[in-house]
Design a protein around this ligand. Structure first.
Ligand code: TYD
Length: 211
């Protein structure tokens, strides 16, 4: 039987990476066959691309280069790692996927959702996650979380107005592309967010006959 592809999406500081980790541990404890991966990255080539993208020295990167590099990393990731894992019956837990590019590059960088969709479709041939969990936090909450954290990569160091536009982009996108997207209230405590995430994933896996 085939596996399933679950993407975790949300703004910087939404806590989605923590949830990916917690769900991985939960899967391990319950003998669910899975892989944990992330974007940009996930493969050796993708991780090389990630370094270029997040390098604070690359301040001069134009939005088009940025969008193409994210799409390149995604194409490689899908073909080399995600699709084979699904074929082997594994559940793929992926930290960020297509929606991130539509929100950050399409809306945040102003390239346009359609344009960014087009270059991504060249890379991933219309393949979509079976389930996307969107970790919803408003920019005020992420701002507080961010101020408690030092440094940050090239994208994290973008100003608050950029992250506010990305947030609005995400809100627009989850209305338009609402198929297979579930919104999780990520302003709650870590334990509560984990409980909700677990329920949603278990329901999905049951529907797919995986558990
Ligand atoms: P990520 O490692 O998920 O950062 P974090 O765990 O802090 O959320 O992603 C790195 C950065 O790349 C993040 O700021 C979001 C950005 N990004 C895009 O702009 N477009 C994309 O397509 C992806 C996948 C990520």
């Amino acid at each position: 039987m085939k596996g399933a592809f679950i993407a975790f999406e949300g703004p910087d500081g939404s806590g989605k990476s923590t949830m990916v980790r917690m769900i991985s541990n939960y899967f391990k404890d319950n003998n669910i066959d899975f892989i944990q991966t992330r974007e940009p990255g996930g493969t050796r080539i993708g991780e090389d691309i990630r370094r270029i993208l997040l390098d604070n020295r690359n301040k001069g990167m134009i939005p088009e280069t940025e969008a193409l590099l994210y799409a390149a990393s995604r194409g490689q990731h899908l073909r080399e790692k995600i699709l084979p894992a699904i074929e082997e019956g594994k559940v793929v837990l992926c930290d960020r996927f297509l929606l991130s590019s539509l929100a950050y590059q399409g809306v945040g960088r102003g390239l346009g959702i359609e344009e960014v969709m087009m270059i991504n479709d060249f890379a991933i041939k219309g393949i979509r996650p079976d389930l996307t969990l969107f970790f919803h936090v408003d920019p005020t909450t992420t701002l507080i979380r961010k101020t408690n954290k030092k440094g940050g990569d090239r994208l994290e160091r973008e100003g608050d107005s950029f992250h506010k536009i990305v947030y609005e982009g995400y809100m627009e996108l989850i209305k338009t592309y609402s198929d297979n997207v579930i919104i999780v209230d990520a302003t709650k405590s870590k334990e509560e967010v984990f409980e909700e995430t677990k329920i949603q994933i278990n329901n999905f896996l049951k529907r797919r006959g995986i558990i």
